[in-house]
Design a protein around this ligand. Structure first.
Ligand code: GLA
Length: 402
């Protein structure tokens, strides 16, 4: 009797064991590409291989992009033992060969599943097969799993994401878990030890300032998603990021809008997951996606999201603390009119509202670098005067003068 009792205690304690995460994974926001925004369900191994090829040849890999992520609709069927397989028509060489191909280019491969019975695209979900699916992904050589939230009626989100997290950990292969429940259950409050990033909103839509109504759900433009990040920065940091969704850069917005979108994702330490067709992108798109000075503010080792310091007439000023006492400062023009910037640094002391960072222009002078023009401006003793186009940014890096 006592033995059974002890066994019960042991089992229940075991099920309470917290999820475990691999150390030193996603210490800076993950960078990569995902198939969904351009290809949706129309994917196959050539699409994925091409993305890997062009990630290298475009210079994106060199700029820091690493993950090639297959989204929904790669699935075939489960076998008699319950193991999932790839769709053999779309992926005739098999997932393992595809992972080998991507790895041989020095990149990593991501895949997609869902906590429910079915994925959002109607494919087999992982519910009840979490450990088997994790084993299969590890066997294939998968490095990243985006785990969605369709068909999850009556499932507890913390439980569901803990289960897949434990299953992945148990395989012994470091696989980044990307939580995708659209912010419905406030994952920022519970997911730090479960996943490495969590979606904060519904899906992005390819527009700068709009809501796309799908009936019982909406997808959102860049500004709408940006506004929904309010209050969340204190939850993010190295190894656990807020994810405002994959980017739409290169998918049809204007160059200014793409530049503003990319810069703001960098400012809020968002994962930089491109969502365009890498094989057909223009030089302008490449130049945006590979701007190393902007990427450096996103990948900064402090891992602190920027904050909105000021908003006036659709002109916002954002600050982001960086390593070695540097700061990124971005002026965002949300409006349809050109705006003048007239910013007097001198005399200002700007405090981070959530963390212990302060920039004190009364005591220190900063050198200022324009991160899109790639040139140094006058220092912070001078009033900053500039014009900023509609839906565009002026983005700066401030370093303390020696
Ligand atoms: C959900 C996710 C998207 C995408 C699709 C795939 O909508 O939020 O990012 O993965 O499912 O069906």
């Amino acid at each position: 009797m006592i033995r059974i009792f002890m066994l019960l205690i042991f089992i229940s304690a075991g099920s309470l064991v917290q999820a475990q995460k691999f150390e030193n994974l996603a210490q800076t926001p993950p960078m990569g590409w995902n198939s969904w925004n351009t290809f949706a369900c129309d994917i196959n191994e050539d699409v994925i291989k091409k993305a890997a090829d062009y990630m290298v040849s475009s210079g994106m890999k060199e700029a820091g992009y690493e993950y090639i992520n297959i989204d929904d609709c790669w699935h075939g069927e489960r076998d008699a033992q319950g193991f999932i397989h790839e769709d053999k028509e779309k992926f005739p060489s098999g997932m393992k060969a595809l992972a080998d191909y991507v790895h041989a280019k020095g990149l990593k491969l991501g895949i997609y599943s869902d906590a429910g019975t079915k994925t959002c695209g109607g494919q087999p979900g992982s519910r009840g097969y979490e450990y088997q699916d994790a084993l299969m992904y590890a066997k294939w050589g998968i490095d990243y799993l985006k785990y969605d939230w369709c068909s999850t009626e009556n499932i507890n989100p913390i439980g569901a994401y803990t289960t897949i997290s434990k299953a992945l950990y148990k395989t012994g292969r470091p696989i980044v878990l990307s939580i995708c429940e659209w912010g419905d259950n406030k994952p920022w409050e519970w997911a730090e030890d479960i996943g490495y990033l969590w979606r904060t909103t519904g899906d992005i839509y390819n527009c700068f300032d709009c809501e796309e109504d799908h009936g019982d759900w909406s997808s959102w433009g860049v500004l709408q998603i940006l506004d929904m990040q309010e209050g969340l920065r204190k939850y993010a940091g190295p190894g656990h990021w807020n994810d405002p969704d994959m980017m739409e850069v290169g998918n049809g917005m204007s160059t200014s809008e793409d530049r503003a979108h990319f810069t703001m994702w960098a400012m809020i330490a968002a994962p930089l997951i491109a969502g365009n067709d890498l094989s057909t992108m223009s030089q302008e798109t490449i130049d945006i996606l590979t701007n190393k000075e902007i990427i450096a503010i996103n990948q900064d080792s402090l891992g602190v999201q920027g904050f909105k310091y000021n908003a006036e007439n659709e002109l916002e000023t954002w600050f982001k603390p960086l390593e070695n006492g540097d700061w990124a400062v971005t002026f965002l023009n949300r409006g349809a009119e050109e705006r003048n910037i007239n910013f007097n640094w001198k005399g200002q002391i700007i405090k981070d509202p959530d963390f212990e960072y302060t920039v004190d222009f009364t005591k220190n002078t900063y050198t200022i670098r324009d991160l899109w023009m790639h040139k140094n401006l006058k220092n912070s003793k001078k009033v900053l005067k500039a014009k900023i186009k509609p839906h565009d940014v002026l983005s700066l890096r401030l370093s303390m003068s020696k």
